[in-house]
Design a protein around this ligand. Sequence first.
Ligand code: ZN
Length: 183
Amino acid sequence: MSIIPTTPHAQYEREKFRRNSHFPELWLKLDEVKDPEIPVLSLWDMGILKDIHKESNNITVTITPTYSGCPAMDVITEDIQKAFELDNNNDIYKCVVKIELSPAWTTDWMTEKGRNQLRGYGIAPPNDVVNGELEELTSDTQVLCPHCHSKNTHMVSEFGSTACKALFQCNDCSEPFDLFKHI
Ligand SMILES: [Zn+2]
C-alpha cells in the first residue's frame, strides 16, 4: 500500500476554474480572508470559495459552506465584504455574497496548500488515511501523524473536537491528533 496521499480530481477542476477567471486580483484579495473555524486556512484553501464576478462596481462572491459552517456564514460574509471595502480607495464596490448549497461542499475541494496547512495546525487532512477506508473508520484505520508523519497510529474515538473530526493517537510520538473526516 502506498503511503503517498492522493490528490482528489476536484481540486484540479477548482484550480483550473480560478485560473480562467477574468478577475484574478479579486481572488488574490480574498486569499486574505480566513475560515473562522480553522483560521490558518483561507476560504479558497478550505474549498468554500466558489466564484467571484464583477460587473461595473458590483462584486458577487459565491460560497458553499461546509456542513458545520452555517453558523459562521454571517462572519464569512462580513469578512468578504470588509476585504473589498478595504481594498478600494476611490471606487465604491457593492459586494453581495451568494450562498450555494448544491452541490454540497466536500473535503475534496480543499487545496493541497490547505491540506499542508491543516497538517501544520496538527490536524490530519482526510486523504492522509493510509490504511483502511476513507469513508468508514474502524479500529484498524491508520492515518499519517501530522506531527511526525508516522503511519503507526490508532483511533481513540470516532469523534474528535467536533463531529466532523475523529481523534487519533500516534504510537511513535504519542501525540494525539484530529483527523478531518472525508465528507
Ligand atoms: Zn507521531
